[in-house]
Design a protein around this ligand. Structure first.
Ligand SMILES: [Zn+2]
Ligand SMILES: [Zn+2]
Length: 396
């Protein structure tokens, strides 16, 4: 394998300039027009075949290797967040109220640098590489579905058919030099639930003539706590959180109805199904026992992000080769956060890895989505080196 760490280091000025430019000009999900324009121009300058408009503002570049083989998709997300930036960086957002507070500016810059490096090595590559620049990872932003699902709908996994995927996140929860590549579930599946409890309104002093949706909701909130404690094995993980309850207008009136919202998070598909089934049973059963009518809507937002053992082993091998001095972590690192790359990895085997990016001495250690979020740009080099090495190790 070529010395890809040295190559990544020599391309650092290019990566950094792109990252700072994207950072200064952030765009929200499905509005990545300027960003996508730069991505297109850079990929075309390498002689790549570029397709625009895959998933609205998504861009796909196809690199054909010198030898026949499988098709590997590398995915980089491009969208920013509706946050007013509070860093005093010289490259701070010039688009007030919009900010790259998750590091996707870095991901896009890494993707373009990896394209440049792998293009120079294409004769050594057995297969095709699809460079997938995805819009709207942070949510659907007014559309029915988010960026990954939208790209799948528009055929990103076909023609040529994608056999494997790689993707990554700069990770400010961990320091520069930490690299996490682990098999199995790494990010949680997320659902959003909405419940409406319909009772019968009445006077607060005459409860026997009313059906109280508030008492019913209180039983549901308590009983739902038993899903994690009684229905899920202690070695498994799940979260059920009620985050919104609305009802009532006056101190002496039993309201007619009540609405609640919240979220469910799980890693294992079997646990996910159990939690959703028990949740619906508890809401329906308690409501009916209390004489209320319940409407439950569990909207499945994102499945868990699960890494293939086989592909992960190849990425781990590449990580040790290309980043010998890194702090390699292969432990099951699970974050309850969700990631829409899970939709692609649900259909095609893949590996999603994390590159540590904080630097406490430089005060670059605010968490993702914080208005002061920023990372140590040396992490870009690690991301470029590992993504390039992993792709070459898989398609060798
Ligand atoms: Zn984010
Ligand atoms: Zn992110």
């Amino acid at each position: 394998m070529p010395d890809l760490l040295t190559e990544a280091q020599s391309h650092f000025p290019y990566t950094q300039a792109l990252r700072r430019d994207f950072h200064a000009h952030p765009e929200l999900g499905f509005n990545e027009i300027r960003t996508g324009g730069i991505v297109t121009k850079e990929l075309e300058s390498l002689g790549m075949e570029v397709t625009k408009g895959i998933g609205k503002t998504g861009i796909v570049g196809l690199l054909e290797g010198g030898k026949p083989g499988a098709t590997l998709l590398l995915r980089f997300d491009m969208d920013a967040l509706p946050i007013l930036e509070e860093t005093s960086a010289e490259y701070a957002s010039q688009n007030s109220g919009v900010m790259h507070a998750c590091g996707h500016d870095g991901h896009t810059a890494i993707g373009l640098t990896v394209a440049k490096i792998l293009n120079a090595h294409k004769s050594e590559i057995a297969g095709n590489i699809k460079f997938c620049f995805q819009p709207s990872e942070e949510g659907a932003n007014g559309e029915e579905i988010g960026g990954a699902e939208m790209m799948i709908k528009d055929g990103v996994l076909e023609n040529p058919k994608v056999n494997m995927t790689l993707s990554m996140h700069l990770w400010n929860e961990k320091p520069l030099g930490w690299v996490h590549v682990a098999k199995g579930p790494v990010m949680a599946g997320a659902e959003e639930f909405k419940i409406k409890i319909i009772g019968r309104g009445g006077h607060g002093a005459i409860p026997e003539a009313a059906i109280d949706p508030i008492v019913c909701a209180a039983q549901i909130v308590s009983a739902a706590q038993t899903i994690v404690s009684r229905n899920i094995a202690p070695t498994e993980t799940a979260v059920v959180s009620f985050t919104v309850i609305h009802s009532g207008t006056a101190f002496n009136v039993i309201p007619q109805e009540l609405t609640m919202q919240g979220t469910i998070r799980t890693f294992e598909p079997k646990v996910r199904e159990t939690v959703i089934r028990r949740f619906e049973e508890i809401v329906d059963g308690i409501a009916s026992a209390m004489g209320c009518l319940a409407e439950v809507d569990v909207k499945r937002l994102t499945p868990a992000l699960i890494n293939s053992a086989e592909i992960t082993a190849k990425v781990q091998e590449a990580a040790h080769l290309v980043l010998p001095h890194a702090n390699h972590d292969q432990s099951p690192y699970m974050t309850m956060g969700a990631e829409d790359m899970a939709f692609m990895q649900e259909k095609v085997d893949g590996c999603y890895f994390f590159i540590g990016s904080n630097n406490k001495e430089k005060h670059l250690d605010y968490g993702h989505h914080h208005p002061k979020f920023d990372f140590d740009e040396q992490a870009l080099v690690n991301g470029v080196a590992l993504m390039s090495a992993a792709a070459m190790n898989i398609l060798k």
